[in-house]
Design a protein around this ligand. Structure first.
Ligand code: MTE
Length: 401
C-alpha cells in the first residue's frame, strides 16, 4: 500500500480496508491506557495516503500564512521552534463519526462504522495559532481561517476552516503542533506539523499542514463541504448527491463537539460473574467528554432503561496531578488558569454496583451532563453522514452464574 513507510500497532482495529488507514483501539484497552493515549492506540482517521516525510526533512518543513493578512509569511518548523513560545496542552480529539456503528445498525449512513473508540487524548506541543495570526495581522473583513494539508486525495487536498475569532483567542488554545506526548508526531498523526483544535471535532484539526489562509468566507474545499456535517434527518443517501445548496449551508457544519459518553467496562462481550468468591461489587467504567471548553459535570447510570438513575464518580485529567506544584512542571510548558478552568479533555467515570442489583438487569445505560446542563438524549438523531451520535450508551450485561 502507499503507506508502507508507516509503523503501526497490530492491536488497532481496521474499520475500512487496508487503505486508507482508519482504525480504533479495543475500547477497554483505550480505557486502560488512562488519560493520555499513546500513539500506539490513538485512533487514526486518514482520507488517503500518508505523506512521506523523512526525519532529516522535518525541520525544513514549510507552511504559509496567506490570504487576508497584512504580513503573509512562509515559515519552517525550525522557525517555529526558534521564534515562538511553545505550549503543551492535554487535548482530546474525537472523530465526528465516533459511535456511528449504532447509527448504521438503525439505517445505513454514508460513513463507515466507528465503535466508541474514535476518541483519544494526548499532550500536544506547538505554537499558538493566535501568536502566528498576531504576527500575520488579519485584515478588516476577515472572518475565517482555512487550513490545508499535504495529502493528495481524490477531491484535491484535505482542507477545512474555522471561525477567525476562535483562532485568535489564546484561551481557545488552537495549536500548530509538532509533538504528541513529548515525541515528534507519528506519520499517521500529521508528521511533522498539524493543527490541533481543542473542543472541536477532529476533522478540523488538519494534519500535514501546508497552508493557513485567512478569508472572508468558509473554506470551499471539497472535504469542508461534503464531510463533517449533520444534514437534516430527512435527507437520505440517494437524494443527498443532488443537493449542493444543502451541503454548502454552513449551518450544518460541525464545530464544537457535543456531550457524549461510553461504557468501557463491561466490554460488549464480557461476562460478568455474579458469584465470584469474596466479590460483592462490579465496577462499571468509561469515559465522557463535552465540546467547546465545557466540562462534564454529571454522569448517570441506569439498570432499568432510564426509570431510575445512579450517580457515578467522575475523575478529571487534572485530578491525577493534584499534588504537582504547578502547571509548568505538569506539561513542560505554560498552562494558564483560564485554560485550566475550561475543559478540553475527556474525563473518566466509574461506579460500583452491588452484584445483587445486577441479578434482574438486562443491560446498563449511561448518560453524561455538561456544565450548561445539556444531557445526552435518549433517542438517536440519524443523519446521512452518521455524525455526532450521542444517545445514552448501552451495553448488554452477559452474566455468568
Ligand atoms: N488532515 C488531513 N490532512 N487529512 C485527513 O484525512 N482527517 C481529519 C483530521 N485531519 C484528516 C486530517 C479527521 S476527519 C480527523 S477525525 C482527524 O484528522 C483525525 O486525527 P488523527 O488521525 O490524528 O486521530
Amino acid at each position: 500500500t502507499p503507506d508502507n513507510h508507516v509503523e503501526r500497532d497490530p492491536r488497532l482495529i481496521r474499520l475500512t480496508g487496508i487503505h486508507p488507514f482508519n482504525v480504533e483501539a479495543p475500547l477497554s484497552d483505550l480505557y486502560d491506557e488512562g488519560f493520555l493515549t499513546t500513539k500506539d492506540l490513538f485512533y487514526v482517521r486518514n482520507h488517503g495516503p500518508v505523506p512521506r516525510v523523512e526525519d532529516f526533512e522535518v525541520l525544513d518543513w514549510q507552511f504559509s500564512i496567506e490570504g487576508m493578512v497584512e504580513n503573509p509569511v512562509k515559515l519552517t518548523l525550525r522557525d517555529l521552534l526558534r521564534e515562538y513560545e511553545q505550549f503543551t496542552y492535554p487535548i482530546t480529539l474525537v472523530c465526528a463519526g465516533n459511535r456511528r456503528k449504532e447509527q448504521n445498525m438503525v439505517r445505513k449512513t454514508k460513513g463507515f462504522s466507528w465503535g466508541a473508540a474514535g476518541v483519544s487524548t494526548a499532550l500536544w506541543t506547538g505554537v499558538g495559532l493566535w501568536d502566528l495570526l498576531g504576527r500575520a495581522m488579519p485584515k478588516r473583513g476577515a472572518r475565517y481561517v482555512c487550513f490545508e494539508g499535504a495529502d493528495r486525495l481524490p477531491n484535491g487536498y484535505y482542507g477545512t476552516s474555522v471561525k477567525l475569532n476562535w483562532a485568535v483567542d489564546a484561551n481557545r488554545g488552537i495549536l500548530v503542533a509538532h509533538k504528541m506526548n513529548g515525541e515528534a508526531l507519528h506519520p499517521d498523526h500529521g508528521k511533522p506539523l498539524r493543527i490541533v483544535i481543542p473542543g472541536q471535532i477532529g476533522g478540523r484539526s488538519v494534519k500535514w499542514l501546508k497552508r493557513i489562509i485567512v478569508t472572508a468566507r468558509p473554506s470551499d474545499n471539497w472535504y469542508h463541504i461534503y464531510d463533517n456535517r449533520v444534514l437534516p434527518t430527512m435527507v437520505d443517501p440517494e437524494q443527498s448527491a443532488n443537493l449542493p445548496e444543502t451541503w454548502e449551508d454552513e449551518r450544518y457544519a460541525i464545530y464544537d463537539l457535543n456531550t457524549n459518553s461510553a461504557i468501557c467496562y463491561p466490554a460488549h462481550d464480557e461476562r460478568v460473574s455474579l458469584v465470584e468468591k469474596g466479590v460483592e461489587m462490579y465496577k462499571f467504567k468509561g469515559y465522557a467528554y463535552a465540546g467547546g471548553g465545557k466540562r462534564v459535570t454529571r454522569m448517570e447510570v441506569t439498570l432499568d432503561k432510564g426509570k431510575t438513575w445512579r450517580l457515578a464518580n467522575i475523575t478529571y485529567h487534572e485530578d491525577q496531578y493534584r499534588d504537582a506544584p504547578d502547571g509548568e512542571t505538569l506539561y513542560g510548558g505554560r498552562v494558564d488558569m483560564s485554560w485550566r478552568e475550561a475543559c478540553f479533555c475527556w474525563c473518566f467515570w466509574d461506579l460500583d454496583i452491588p452484584l445483587a442489583d445486577l441479578a434482574d438487569a438486562k443491560d446498563v445505560m449511561v448518560r453524561a451532563m455538561d456544565d450548561s446542563m445539556m444531557v445526552q438524549p435518549r433517542d438517536m438523531y440519524w443523519s446521512v453522514l452518521g455524525m455526532m451520535n450521542n444517545p445514552w450508551f448501552r451495553v448488554v450485561i452477559h452474566k455468568e452464574d
